[in-house]
Write a protein that binds this ligand. Structure first.
Ligand code: IMP
Length: 426
């Protein structure tokens, strides 16, 4: 592997990045999460068990990898401690986990505000995960948030919390009619979290850059995906971080010039949770078939995911923004048994065909997808295939079409849920 490799979601998240990171982590020494929070949910099947990771990088399932939660992540300490304990219960060591002292905290009021703001939006709600992610990033950019390092310094914590606490209570009580928070309780709670997390907290920027200098191989693990990026996604139906390669540099503390390879994870069809435009969405029986076959229910919230045909307008756009070199195509097996498949290659709008995703949500909602039709393949044909050559002819046609349309080579192909169900094309 190249020394520094980034893995990025190309659609609306839930592409199966956890499994790809788990597979590629084998070759890496360090795995880094750089953005988002516990809104993410990465499912990895290993040692005959299913692991659902939210904040901790998937490399934790290997004993010898260093796992870093970078400065760009927003951390809900309660959720992180729970995740650490769950892994330990399963016999997984968390000794190799390091947390950036610069990462921002998701505070209890962020979660209440997320929930209440969603309720207030009513019909126009964004469909957030209600994990407090948006309000935490809002406070970060407003320059009033508390950070991981503050949990280790009571005086600092008290002073910073004082600055925001009154204001948050006014909003909680007067706007949302909630009971006010108690300063002492919050302080006590976060000092306790700090005590528990202290062994993991460090200057991860130094740690990561020292590792790079020492020639270690680094995997940057994206959470969410390009179409949920605050700048590039379907704003405002996006998350509040930058789940694109540029965001990984900021969120890990790594210079852009070090990133040598970008792997884009593409699910063989498209899904999205939450609201917002989705041009290839299937609102008919076919959407239900894909949802059931692909077990398309949210890892974090359990919500049924919206399902649709593969949209190469979206993938092409992600290739462009992230500089994707190679594609990891996931869940190809979900499409097995469907006689006719479709792939979208463009959006027809006012007599023109758009090849990249438009800024205007109205255009994205009103455009008509242009489809190419493909013949399907059977379940048995995919199950028995152990290398690229033995994949069914029609599946190969499907894959090669993706390569032709996006200009990126398909490298890995997911053919089942288990760690072993991956075909390496080259
Ligand atoms: P938030 O990140 O909770 O603010 O939610 C904003 C939007 O991003 C919603 O549509 C969520 O469903 C979506 N979202 C956030 N995290 C993920 C993820 O890990 N996978 C898929 N969608 C996500």
């Amino acid at each position: 592997m190249q020394q520094i490799r980034a893995i990025v979601g190309t659609q609306w998240g839930d592409e199966g990045k956890g499994k790809i990171v788990d597979f590629l982590a084998k070759e890496a020494d360090v795995v880094v999460r750089a953005q988002g929070g516990n809104n993410a949910g990465h499912t990895v099947e290993a040692f005959g068990k299913v692991f659902k990771l939210h904040l901790i990088p998937s490399g934790i399932l290997y004993k010898d990898k260093l796992n870093i939660i970078g400065n760009g992540v927003v951390i809900d300490p309660e959720s992180l401690i729970q995740e650490i304990e769950n892994l330990q219960k399963e016999g997984i060591s968390t000794e190799n986990l390091k947390i950036s002292d610069r990462a921002h905290l998701v505070m209890p009021y962020h979660k209440i505000l997320d929930e209440e703001q969603e309720r207030q939006r009513g019909e126009d709600s964004l469909g957030t995960t209600k994990r407090g992610i948006g309000p935490a990033y809002t406070d970060k950019t407003e320059r009033t948030n508390l950070r991981v390092c503050d949990m280790l310094d009571e005086e600092e914590f008290v002073q910073k919390l004082r600055n925001v606490y009154e204001r948050k209570n006014v909003i909680l009580t007067n706007v949302y009619h909630k009971i006010p928070m108690k300063f002492g309780e919050l302080l006590e709670q976060f000092m306790r979290y700090g005590e528990i997390l202290k062994p993991y907290i460090t200057d991860t920027i130094k740690l990561l850059n020292d590792s790079i200098k020492a020639g270690k191989k680094v995997l940057l693990e994206g959470a969410q995906a390009t179409m949920l990026d605050l700048d590039y996604g379907t704003y405002p139906y996006v998350t509040s971080s930058h789940p694109t390669v540029g965001g990984f540099c900021i969120g890990a503390g790594i210079a852009p010039k070090y990133i040598q390879e970008v792997v884009g994870v593409v699910k063989a069809y498209t899904t999205r949770v939450g609201k917002g435009p989705f041009p290839t969405e299937l609102l008919d029986k076919m959407g239900d078939i894909i949802r059931e076959k692909g077990r398309e229910y949210g890892t974090t919230t359990g919500r049924p995911r919206r399902c649709g045909w593969l949209d190469l307008v979206v993938v092409r756009y992600a290739v462009l923004i992230n500089g994707i070199d190679r594609i990891a195509l996931t869940k190809l097996d979900t499409l097995s048994g469907i006689p006719k498949l479709k792939i979208c290659t463009g959006y027809r709008y006012e007599g023109k065909v758009l090849e990249l995703f438009p800024a205007s949500l109205r255009v994205a909602m009103e455009c008509e997808p242009v489809y190419e039709e493909f013949e399907g393949w059977s379940e048995e044909e995919i199950k028995s295939a152990k290398d690229y050559d033995s994949l069914p002819k029609n599946a190969k046609k499907y894959i090669e079409f993706i390569e032709k349309e996006t200009g990126a080579k398909v490298w890995l192909i997911g053919t089942g849920p288990s760690r072993e169900d991956i075909i390496v094309k080259e």
